[in-house]
Design a protein around this ligand. Structure first.
Ligand code: SF4
Length: 188
């Protein structure tokens, strides 16, 4: 596996989010996005040279310091532009009992295409519980949607989708709490 020593981030690791997936979550705001969606709430995260380069070891240390978090969400920016670094951090976070959600402007199918050329995308996907996929589409914005901004975006159950060979949606209203909380929250 190709190792990456740094990840480019837009901000420090955030904790206690309740809007980026179920439970109390840490959020890693990656820097860099090439999708440039109209109406994007975080255009300051587009610049691939912006934000700051942070050692992955420092992110791991920040994860070690988390308390009462049930999951880690990768957002941005688009984490898929830094698959090696995100993969390593996701692996570490999982080892600490956190479930993994990832927001990306790529569709699930596009990520699978990327994985055909760069296996690191599949390695990263294998560690993801839910992928919130697709660009933000202003005309499809809907404030009533849970955990996403526009109706074209999907909450995808990644393990089930990879197993079945087709998209299986995460059931946002009836998700299996035992599955998502089977790993004890950290340091409770
Ligand atoms: S994918 Fe997300 S971060 Fe990138 S431009 Fe679209 S809304 Fe903004």
């Amino acid at each position: 596996m190709k190792q990456s020593k740094y990840i480019r981030l837009a901000a420090d690791l955030q904790s206690d989010s309740i809007v980026d997936g179920p439970g109390l979550r840490a959020v890693l705001w990656t820097q860099g996005c090439g999708h440039h969606c109209e109406g994007c709430q975080n255009p300051q995260t587009w610049d691939f040279e912006g934000g700051g380069l942070v050692p992955i070891e420092a992110v791991k240390e920040a994860i070690d310091e988390l308390e009462y978090q049930t999951g880690l969400t990768f957002s941005g920016g688009d984490p898929m532009y830094q698959p090696e670094a995100c993969n390593e951090i996701a692996e570490y976070a999982r080892s600490k009992g956190l479930n993994i959600w990832v927001y990306t402007g790529f569709t699930y199918e596009e990520v699978l295409k990327l994985a055909e050329k760069k296996p690191i995308y599949r390695e990263f996907l294998d560690k993801v519980d839910v992928l919130v996929d697709g660009r933000f589409v202003l005309k499809k914005r809907n404030l009533n949607l849970l955990f996403r901004g526009s109706s074209n975006q999907r909450l995808i159950d990644v393990p089930a989708s990879l197993k079945k060979g087709e998209v299986v949606l995460f059931n946002e209203y009836n998700y299996n709490e035992e599955k998502y909380f089977e790993r004890e929250p950290m340091f409770v």
